[in-house]
Design a protein. Structure first.
Length: 94
């Protein structure tokens, strides 16, 4: 977890590793709203699955002050395999 003032960044993977973490995330996700329906849908329905399959890493940005927790937002980094064809690579060695 990274902290700056009262704003914290928590990796969803770490939250899911805690007993009851998935249930806690579901309660957060159910209250999350976005103007973009795809963003909201991913967070509510697919973020946990993508984390468990290791196809994406989701981070929660939260504010925690006076024992009050607020979700400020989230971001997800997708994991994508890079495939290169051997004939497209340089034959020179450095």
């Amino acid at each position: 977890m990274q902290t700056r003032n009262n704003v914290h960044t928590i990796r969803l993977f770490d939250l899911l590793a805690i007993d009851g973490g998935e249930h806690f995330f579901e309660s957060i996700a159910n209250s999350f709203m976005s103007k973009n329906a795809d963003v909201e849908q991913f967070f509510r329905k697919k973020a946990v699955q993508a984390t468990k399959l290791n196809t994406a890493a989701t981070y929660l940005v939260i504010s925690y002050e006076n024992k009050k927790f607020d979700l400020l937002g989230y971001f997800t980094l997708a994991t994508k395999m890079l495939t290169l064809k051997q004939d497209s690579l340089s034959k020179n060695r450095m």
